[in-house]
Design a protein around this ligand. Structure first.
Ligand SMILES: [Zn+2]
Length: 343
């Protein structure tokens, strides 16, 4: 329904734009056989966008039905919702005056980054083989940024003093390294087109290790907290973020439900779309949880972070810089490989 209305809106815009002799409508989608195998999705046989069109063609497909449309919109709408959340934060949180507000700003910024990078990747990756790789590398950089942002807010606001005493020396440097390693593993798996076990090990093992570390303050708190849900409302949101993440991970690593309905999920019903939705729910629950922690646990985190073993902002910049650099180097390797192929 919403998609049909968007399509009508797009037609209206294009007819207003092209006053005079009417231009033929471009072909927005083609079948799988008309795009290279790199673009093929398992069990999806139609709804692909043709390659080598103008950039404006791909931006116009924002309002068309194709097999990436839901992936674009799920993360685009969530990114817009986050901007609204940030507008509320700006009115209620003193980002300039409160030194303890910076991690909260970083998690909003990194959540917005991964959502907008993902949306751009799904919208524009059909342009060519080079841009397909490059935009998904950008997507992985966004995920690495978000991983570090999550680790930071869990370590800063959600952690219990007992777990902080155990991990404070290694937590943030290890989280930064694992975020970069996840980005590198995902980029390399994409670059090498490594199917099977080796590809999964490169991509999924660093992500599992990163998540295990990043969520450990939350899991420890859920296990040891003596408070009920009424006394500590953030706990309920933390439990929700864990459940939503596990559901997202399940849909990410399996090709379901399209495996059960081959050829029927060209527009709706792909596992990756369900993964996007659960990841958005996880992010929204996490933001609510850490906002409540920021407001209610100040006496705990002020004393824990009075003296810093590490500069978390420096580690954040290092994670972002090294991930972007890795993605850039691999995109140049892709360019060289594609040039050699065409010679
Ligand atoms: Zn995606």
């Amino acid at each position: 329904m919403a998609m049909a209305a968007a399509q009508k809106f797009s037609h209206l815009l294009s007819s207003l734009w092209h006053i005079g002799p009417r231009q033929p409508e471009p072909v927005f989608t083609v079948d799988r056989a008309q795009v290279p195998p790199l673009f093929w999705k398992p069990y999806i046989y139609a709804g692909y966008r043709p390659l080598h069109q103008t950039w404006s063609f791909y931006f116009r497909t924002l309002f068309q039905q194709h097999n990436e449309a839901v992936n674009v919109w799920t993360h685009l709408l969530a990114a817009l919702a986050l901007l609204l959340r940030l507008a509320v934060f700006v009115r209620t949180v003193d980002y300039w005056g409160d030194p303890h507000a910076l991690p909260l700003f970083i998690i909003v910024l990194t959540s917005f980054s991964y959502l907008s990078f993902s949306s751009l990747a799904h919208l524009l990756q059909a342009k060519s083989e080079f841009w397909h790789y490059s935009f998904f590398f950008l997507d992985y950089v966004g995920v690495a940024m978000y991983q570090f942002g999550s680790a930071l807010v869990h370590f800063y606001y959600a952690i219990e003093p007992a777990w902080h005493a155990q991990v404070q020396a290694i937590f943030l440097p290890t989280a930064a390294f694992l975020a970069w390693l996840s980005c590198t593993g995902s980029c390399y798996t994409k670059y090498s087109q490594q199917p099977g076990l080796l590809g999964r090990i490169c991509q999924e093992v660093p992500q599992v290790l990163a998540y295990a570390l990043d969520i450990s303050p939350v899991v420890h708190r859920i296990l040891v907290s003596p408070h009920s849900a009424e006394d500590d409302p953030a706990l309920l949101y933390h439990k929700c973020q864990v459940v939503f993440f596990l559901l997202a991970a399940a849909f990410f690593s399996t090709v379901m439900p399209e495996r059960w309905f081959p050829g029927s999920c060209h527009i709706f019903g792909q596992g990756h779309q369900v993964f996007h939705v659960f990841l958005v729910l996880c992010t929204l629950a996490q933001l609510e949880a850490v906002t409540l922690d920021y407001e209610a646990r100040r006496p705990i985190y002020e004393s824990l972070h009075a003296s810093w073993p590490h500069n978390f902002f420096g580690l954040f910049l290092l994670t972002v810089g090294s991930s972007f650099l890795t993605a850039f180097i691999l995109s140049q390797l892709v360019r060289r490989r594609l040039n050699q192929k065409t010679k």
